[in-house]
Design a protein around this ligand. Sequence first.
Ligand SMILES: [Zn+2]
Length: 395
Amino acid sequence: MSSLLLTGIGQLVTNDPGVGDGSPLGLLPDAALVIEGGRLAWLGPAAEAPEADQARDVGGRAVVPGFVDSHSHLVFAGDRSAEFAARMAGQAYEAGGIATTVAATRAAPDEALAAGVARHVEEMRRQGTTTVEIKSGYGLTRLDEARSLAVARQFTEETTFLGAHVVPPEYADDPAGYVALVTGPMLEACAPFARWIDVFCERGAFDADQARTILAAGRAAGLGGRLHANQLGPGPGVQLACELGLVAVDHCTHLSGEDVSALRESGTVATLLPGVEFSTRSSYPDARGLVDAGVTVALATDCNPGSCYTSSMPLCIALAVREMHLTPAEALWSATAGGARALGRDDLGRLAPGGRADVIVLDAPSYVHLAYRPGVPLVIEVLGPAGGGGFPTGV
Ligand SMILES: [Zn+2]
């Protein structure tokens, strides 16, 4: 097994407060690290670096943990750019727009769905994402949800059954019948390919009682629960997530003081998806207030063809800083360690000896440039076990 020494790291972000400056990012200047077999064999001051089979000097650039994108909807077909253009021209976004993607996804063969996921995962990886969660939710039949998850499972172990995305048109008059399908035969077909179950708990989608029923069925089938909640307006979803002790509740755009207290007390991660507010021209969640209240915040893309078609975690970091008043340090932490927490994973989102070598090199002297230089492709190398050799593009 050959080893690689990366040296000349101007700033290493470890997300280990026991390292370096003692901050949550665990910053180490003038650092080096050694990767062997997809694992970090060593990290520390460059002057103390051990020998390795290969060595590369990154020329004072910053190295940070790979991004953990804990919320995406990559299994889909079709194009909704016309809907986006209409929305930008003044039409309001409504949850029902999902139905257009459902029709296209049902009509697409497995190979086409897999090719689409592959393209988006590659696009994410080029932008520094080393772990992605992928949901179903555009099939909404037993067969189409199961094959969506089988496709997603080819790319990540973090797969989520979202049969409860929206009630499909054929059940418009029988939402209870659809919930029975989701919690019965559809769940049975999907559970073997899923780690999580999710519900879009929102006006126009599923109410709190339906969400509770669906999450309970998922839990009985061995799946962890997650929720889309409080996106389009205030609602009961965040309280439900906290009451059930879910690992994460996503969106959290419209929160009451009681919601924030419940998040703090339950430890449920609030996953914020600022690309959605950006792409729907909506007001942003109060990330600053959540962090100040002691809530754990994650950032994710929500990459999907309707409300937010960006795959870029650096864009989400920039938006979190510019629009939601997180510091660059808080935003990077939320996009890495926060995402790991939102997936209940302690092996992701940080760099430590013996751990996964999900490492990205920025063409910048500091991680601050991720927010300081929005829209600039700063990720020039991605290393880690998921893709083997990574994408050396310039170092
Ligand atoms: Zn979503």
